[in-house]
Design a protein. Structure first.
Length: 136
């Protein structure tokens, strides 16, 4: 997906140059993170600032066009975390390298995006030990 230069810059700056889902800093990767349609174009999501988020490759690939997931605690289908509508700190917190979801949508997002996959945990632990990954 191509986004005009000014819109691309706005999304990246607004995100603080980090994935808006897992908080992975862009600076740790050579390749630029993709811009995610929070609500996928195939579901009618526009290419507009309110529907775009910066996403690392892992989160972007795992999320795909999904707009909902199953909360592993309640078993209910819920919408995923929406970076433009939801405050990250109200839904998530770090416990070491593990991302904890405090709400059904946070837990479903963590599950769908595989944010706590063992391989990704190992990367985050290493980065945290080096002081390269934010723990808040």
């Amino acid at each position: 997906m191509r986004v005009e230069k000014a819109l691309d810059a706005l999304v990246r700056q607004r995100a603080g140059f980090a994935c808006e889902y897992c908080r992975m800093p862009q600076s740790l990767y050579e390749a630029r993170f993709p811009i995610d349609h929070i609500i996928a174009q195939q579901h009618g999501g526009p290419t507009a600032p309110e529907n775009l988020a910066l996403s690392c490759y892992r989160c972007n690939t795992s999320k795909g066009p999904n707009i909902s997931g199953i909360d592993p605690v309640t078993g209910r289908i819920v919408r995923l975390y929406h970076p433009r509508r939801d405050a990250w700190s109200e839904h998530f917190e770090w416990q070491g390298a593990i991302l904890i979801g405090h709400t059904p949508r946070a837990r479903a997002t963590i599950a769908v995006l595989a944010i706590n996959h063992p391989d990704y945990l190992a990367v985050r632990r290493s980065l945290m030990l080096e002081g390269l990954f934010p723990s808040k």
